[in-house]
Design a binder for this molecule. Structure first.
Ligand code: SF4
Length: 344
């Protein structure tokens, strides 16, 4: 009798918890929202893994072509010597990582790289420069680079640090499609990893980029020692922006010797997949991108991330200054999974 009562109680608890899970899932799949509470996002993270992945794949198929992955190539057009102190970055002048400095590339050399990326199958070409914010004379050269990339029929993206509203407009006028500016983590954790600028400055640049009519690429890094609440808060902040970013890169920390995060604890692989899935649920139309750290992921982990709604990768030999799976490995993985490159 007691056992039967306990079993009935357990069934009731399970039913109540399923109803609660279904409530939060229903909220996730029913509309594009910009009013997520931290509690709701944490509930999504806490769902049983299979339920979360299934819901993310369901939402994914409502908004995206199944089995198609957007392919971007990222080129470092100005490397190292950055005055900022981002604790994860080998390009900061504050850390001894052995990375050399390279001045801003010539326009013709960038054009050549973009043409090679297009020939290899990339549809978007991203140019990254290690700046706090770009100088006027450098921006003029970068404007030329953007025009060359667009002339090749590629989508263009740039990541150049903080922008004023005028600089954002200058890039828009040059034909730039996307601007990348990551929030990295939660506002609460941000001061632990970057001291040379504030979270609000990041948000201000994102607002300037949007106001100029550029598309936004904005995400974060998992594995810097942040708490589960910080991960939830990062995704909540992104989802509660006035417009969801069109691209959301989810990076897994690359631990570079010489940086303060060289010995950061390993991220649990399932927690990483969960982050991709919750990003997909909160920002259904965004391209969720597997970015830095992909070279150390197994094919099976990447496949789980795709199942969780990731549908964009950086493609090519180098990801700024850290490694990226080579083109041959990516092609083999796509073949094995039946994935195809997404046409723009
Ligand atoms: S992440 Fe960007 S801003 Fe930060 S140190 Fe590296 S290059 Fe500079």
């Amino acid at each position: 009798m007691v056992v039967r009562g306990a079993a009935a109680g357990a069934r009731k608890d399970t039913a109540m918890s399923m109803a609660r899970d279904e409530g939060v899932l229903e909220a996730a799949v029913s509309a594009l929202r910009h009013d997520w509470t931290l509690d709701e996002v944490r509930q999504l993270f806490a769902l049983p893994f299979m339920d979360l992945i299934l819901a993310a794949q369901r939402v994914h198929r409502l908004h995206h072509v199944p089995n198609a992955v957007q392919m971007s190539t990222l080129l470092s057009i100005k490397t190292g010597g950055c005055p900022e102190d981002c604790a994860y970055c080998p390009q900061s002048v504050h850390y001894q990582t052995g990375l050399g400095r390279e001045a801003l590339m010539e326009v013709a050399a960038v054009r050549e790289c973009a043409a090679r990326a297009r020939a290899a199958g990339a549809t978007r070409f991203c140019m990254g420069a290690a700046y706090r914010s770009p100088k006027a004379r450098d921006l003029e050269v970068i404007v030329e680079m953007i025009r060359e990339v667009r002339a090749l029929g590629l989508e263009s993206c740039a990541t150049l640090g903080m922008l004023s509203p005028e600089q954002a407009l200058q890039l828009k006028d040059a034909g730039l499609d996307y601007y990348n500016h990551n929030l990295d983590s939660s506002a609460e954790f941000y001061g632990e990893i970057v001291k040379s600028r504030t979270y609000q400055q990041r948000l201000d640049t994102l607002a300037a980029v949007r106001a100029a009519g550029l598309k936004v690429c904005c995400g974060g890094i998992i594995g810097m020692g942040e708490s589960p609440a910080d991960r939830a808060q990062l995704l909540r902040t992104l989802a509660n922006l006035p417009e969801h970013p069109e691209s959301v890169p989810i990076n897994r920390l690359v631990k570079v010797p010489g940086t303060p995060l060289a010995d950061a604890p390993e991220v649990d692989a399932f927690d990483f997949v969960r982050t991709c899935a919750v990003a997909r649920l909160l920002m259904p139309r965004a391209h969720v991108r597997l970015s830095a750290g992909r070279s150390s992921m197994s094919d099976e982990l990447q496949a789980l991330c795709f199942l969780a709604g990731a549908n964009s990768i950086f493609y090519g030999d180098k990801l700024l200054t850290t490694g990226n799976p080579d083109v041959a490995r990516d092609r083999a993985l796509f073949e094995r999974l039946g994935l195809t490159p997404l046409k723009p």
